[in-house]
Write a protein that binds this ligand. Sequence first.
Ligand SMILES: [Zn+2]
Length: 284
Amino acid sequence: MAVVNMREMLHEAQQGGYAVGAFNILDYNSLRAVVDAAAELAAPVIIQTSVKTVQFWGYKPLIQWYGQLAGGAAVPVAIHLDHCKDLKVIRNCIDHGWTSVMIDASSKPFAENLALTRQVVEMAAPKGITVEAEMGAIVGVEDDIHVKEQEAHLADAEEACRFCSEVSLDCFAPAIGTAHGVYKGEPKIAFDRLEEIARRTGLPLALHGGTGLSDEVFQRCISLGCAKVNISTQLKYAHIDGFVEYHREHEAEYNPLKNLAAQYERLKAGVAKDIVLFGSAGTA
Ligand SMILES: [Zn+2]
């Protein structure tokens, strides 16, 4: 019974001052790499998929892979749907066996975000499915937002507290200055706001846009209340680089299983490094 929701693992992380890694997998090989890295390090782990990945493979194949790999793991594994705006997709994931979902209605005004988030909690809670919601705008680095503009996208502490007191969440993702993609410079993170939101909501916070942050920034965010750290871009790079670099080094060889093995090793090594950095190794 290794498949669980996020509630207990995030609560324990919050109490223990560490974070659980939430890794965006792309296929069977990347799923296997994440589960194996977590199992070898005795760490709880969150496997998440973007809506695009769910649509690419379909609900059934994905949940069957999850069941095979996560179901047999010796560590707790949560199966989470990352950023989703579509209630139909959320409903389908819940019906197929996902144990956790994220409703991202952060582009909507406060009341609408709250109403949609409540609808998802009403769908999920009776089935023991955990829910993450977002406030503010976690932008992509490619959006090229200037610092002044960025300030306007951050979650407001007062509003965040009001939001979290009006709906029962398991994890909250306030925009605090991180972005999705590959950072061009050092991102400007609103640590004070992060600390205030964590303290006043009492909820485990999710740190989005994790790829590319320095070890110090990770550790500071975790110490201030981020109990879930999302890693996606890093896996995209490892997925392609692991495969392609093997080919570059063995140009005459056309044995894809060897490329896949190299890809698996590259993915697993990166995930293992993150798990150690986030402090969750040995906690399962
Ligand atoms: Zn995100």
